[in-house]
Design a protein around this ligand. Structure first.
Ligand code: FES
Ligand code: CO
Length: 347
């Protein structure tokens, strides 16, 4: 897993004055809003006896553990121990970890690594979020698979005619034209001309004239985000798909979607239903993939030209592994010496 990145751990609207537990990279965190609206992210493990702070209550900007009432400040320091008689000090070690938080694009992002602010990889820019012509939809689903498998699945254009043949994939046109990738340190994006969804059902009503192809911008942003921008003749649909690693074999897929057609009152429910039904088609296939973890070695699976975006990811991930950015799951790292060496940062 890549720890030194911003992770979108929750939808912003789900974080309130009621403490909320979220999980990422196998660790539990508690999120809550201070009175001024700013979001706090603390380790969800009280240092006294290990109770979950997320089951506690807020007192002003502090969170009180439900077990013995210890109160923690937004910076993680314990500032009140009710069992102590007046005048007794608070041990220095009475503190939980506090994590940097940002609220952007309708999401709460937490930085779980240890890099100083100016060295942290950026949160990608989602330009649609501030464009009033787009309606927004929030969808989530747990998939029992490693996040790199669910992540690569969204970058994978060639599965759509098979897995989504009944929805938007076109089984009669499975070819993927060659595409050019535009890549930087943290992302890789490509424009791909794909066969449009078949003209039936809703699509039939929407197409005035069915185009030969629709331009789809597909790409990834490290550590776990996939962008899918489908340019339909009647409007644009953009999905940002966050593959939140809950633990080794479970992923919380959180999608923030935008579209500038059908933006009426029922848009949200309709879009959610559609996105969920598509995720349900992906779920069993991705959960069946073996090995469960993405192989380290590029030669361990077969790649076609149409898999270039995934190959670009696997290459970039190898570089980051070799530079010591990878945490946990040593099985995925190259054997020292045999294929070059990598430093394992203890998690
Ligand atoms: Fe949290 Fe005792 S376990 S106060
Ligand atoms: Co799919």
């Amino acid at each position: 897993m890549l720890k030194n990145f911003w992770y979108a751990v929750e939808f912003a609207h789900a974080v309130t004055r009621a403490p909320r537990r979220v999980t990422c990279l196998g660790q539990d965190f508690v999120l809550y809003r201070k009175r001024d609206g700013e979001v706090v992210c603390l380790s969800d493990l009280c240092v006294h006896r290990g109770a979950a702070l997320s089951a506690g209550k807020l007192t002003g900007d502090r969170i009180a553990c439900p077990y013995h009432g210890w109160q923690y400040e937004p910076d993680g320091a314990c500032s009140r121990i009710p069992a102590n008689p007046p005048g007794r000090g608070i041990p220095k070690k009475a503190r939980v970890d506090s994590y940097p938080v940002r609220e952007e694009y309708g999401l709460i992002w937490a930085f779980l690594g240890d890099l100083p602010e100016d060295e942290r990889p950026p949160i990608p820019h989602f330009p649609e979020h501030d464009d009033p012509s787009f309606a927004t939809v929030y969808v989530e689903m747990v998939i029992e698979a490693n996040y790199e498998r669910t992540f690569e699945n969204v970058v994978d254009a060639s599965h759509t005619p098979f897995v989504h043949g009944t929805r938007f994939g076109n089984p009669d046109r499975p070819e993927i034209p060659d595409y050019e990738i535009v890549q930087d340190d943290w992302s890789a994006v490509a424009d791909i001309g794909l066969s449009p969804p078949p003209a039936r059902g809703l699509w039939k009503r929407l197409y005035k004239e069915k185009p030969e192809e629709v331009l789809v911008t597909n790409g990834w942003y490290l550590p776990n985000i996939v962008k899918l921008h489908v340019r339909l003749p009647f409007g644009d649909m953009i999905l940002y798909d966050h593959n939140v690693p809950l633990d080794r074999n479970r992923t919380l897929v959180k999608i923030v979607g935008y579209r500038n057609f059908f933006t009426g009152r029922w848009a949200d429910r309709d879009a959610r239903k559609r996105i969920l039904s598509i995720l349900l088609q992906d779920k069993p296939v991705v959960e069946s993939q073996r090995p469960e973890l993405l192989p380290y070695d590029l030669a361990d699976e077969l790649h076609l030209r149409s898999d270039s975006l995934q190959v670009a990811y696997r290459r970039r991930r190898r570089q980051l592994m070799a530079a010591g950015w990878w945490v946990g799951d040593e099985a995925q790292l190259p054997v020292n010496g045999a294929r070059g060496s990598a430093t394992v940062i203890p998690s």
